[in-house]
Design a protein around this ligand. Structure first.
Ligand SMILES: [Zn+2]
Length: 64
């Protein structure tokens, strides 16, 4: 899995192959360049942290 980032809607996502468009907003171009580009390490770290927080929240709900 690789990580990609959409400059049009700021969506970070995992994808096995480089997508030609954003799976969230569907854009192919953004301000004269491709909307989707490989995510930076910081963006990947942010995504993983957000995912971990989501899971922690789900676990709390399940226990509560
Ligand atoms: Zn997008």
């Amino acid at each position: 899995m690789n990580y990609y980032f959409c400059d049009a809607c700021h969506y970070c996502f995992e994808y096995s192959t480089p997508p030609d468009r954003c799976p969230d907003c569907g854009k192919t171009q953004w301000r004269e360049h491709p909307a989707v580009r490989p995510a930076t390490e910081k963006e990947i770290a942010d995504l993983l942290r957000a995912k971990a927080e989501d899971e922690a929240e789900l676990n709390l709900t399940a226990c509560g």
